[in-house]
Design a protein around this ligand. Structure first.
Ligand code: SAM
Length: 326
């Protein structure tokens, strides 16, 4: 078992397989995008597999694949099949924007994917374009339908912003009316590639208040262990509603997550600026045992919460979420 210096059990790795993305969400990166890195700077799939094996031996049992957009990296499916063979890995989850994902859903089902998080900020084509700077809503909806047809557990993640997609909140909530899915609203964070303050910030409490104006029967349900969302139900709805206090950082006390960025930076908190670079260690020829020791050391110096992690950074938060893995 892997336990950090605050007594939290660590069993979950979020691995960003690329920094590239086929959307340009305005809260994630500037208009022209960011300077994507040359491929040699990114971890290779072989390097990622070795790191997952090392972490699985240390006690990690769940891996979430994210990015950038995972499906813009070629040969992703072959990589996922290899992860599924790693001893100790019991769950593989995926976070995707759904633009390219639909054709891969049947194979993901075959692979035994545990669940998919689909990012979707608006069901209105015009507003979807304003948010993402790409006209891709029909492809995302195709992915939504295909996931449901294949009976894969699904969560929708929407970054909810005052004066931006606030008016979409009710149509997004309604997705949970007839479908047994989780619709979760995330607070905007400063990971936007420019270092701006969250401009359209809407707190999780404000999000709940807003939903209650139309659904006064919204009631709290029990959250799963280590859940980042506070979860609710509406009477007669098949699915659930959640809020993720990503900026207010209310769930750090039960955080069980580690992150590896596309370039191999190891993070023990989303808000830290990277504890060490695993790619460089692999390429310098360190043994698995040496790497395990370094990982253990970092995990024993984990920040108590996202505020402490942010305060310990050398520079303020300015990186785009696509370079970290959201
Ligand atoms: N491309 C995949 C996707 O869209 O789901 C995975 C990567 S994306 C960076 C993961 C999640 O981070 C998305 O749900 C996205 O909306 C969220 N995200 C990006 N920038 C954010 C920010 N500044 N604040 C809050 N969430 C953000």
């Amino acid at each position: 078992m892997l336990i950090d210096n605050h007594g939290r059990q660590i069993n979950y790795l979020r691995l960003a397989v690329t920094d590239r993305c086929n959307l340009r969400c305005f809260y994630c990166m500037p208009h022209e995008g960011i300077d994507f890195l040359p491929k040699t700077h990114l971890l290779s799939f072989e390097e990622m597999l070795r790191l997952i094996e090392i972490l699985a031996e240390m006690g990690v049992s769940k891996v979430r694949i994210t990015g950038g957009e995972p499906f813009v990296r070629k040969e992703l499916m072959a990589f996922l099949w290899k992860i599924s063979e790693i001893e100790g890995i019991q769950k593989i989850n995926l976070t995707t924007n759904g633009v390219l994902t639909a054709p891969y859903i049947p194979e993901l089902k075959q692979l035994g994917i545990s669940s998919i998080n689909l990012s979707l900020d608006s069901l209105d084509r015009k507003r979807f374009f304003e948010m993402t700077r790409r006209d891709e809503l029909p492809n995302v909806l195709k992915t939504f339908d295909t996931i449901l047809e294949n009976d894969i557990p699904l969560k929708i993640n929407s970054v909810m912003m005052a004066g931006k997609n606030e008016e979409d909140i009710f149509s997004l909530v309604d997705l949970a009316k007839n479908h047994p899915i989780g619709v979760r609203f995330i607070e905007e964070m400063p990971f936007n590639g420019e270092g701006n303050k969250p401009e359209y910030f809407m707190s999780y409490t404000k999000i709940i208040e807003t939903i209650k104006t139309k659904h006064p029967t919204l009631y709290k349900i029990a959250d799963e262990a280590n859940s980042t969302s506070y979860n609710y139900k509406i009477q007669d709805f098949a699915g659930s509603i959640g809020v993720i206090a990503a900026f207010s950082r209310t769930f750090c006390g039960t955080c069980n997550r580690l992150r590896i960025t596309p370039t191999g930076d190891f993070k023990t908190c989303l808000y830290d600026d990277g504890k060490m670079n695993l790619r460089d260690m692999l390429r310098a020829g360190l043994s698995n045992e040496d790497i395990k020791e370094k990982l253990q050391e970092s995990i024993l110096h984990r920040a108590k919460d996202g505020f402490e992690a942010e305060a310990s950074r050398k520079t303020g938060v300015s990186e785009s979420m696509t370079t970290i893995g959201g």
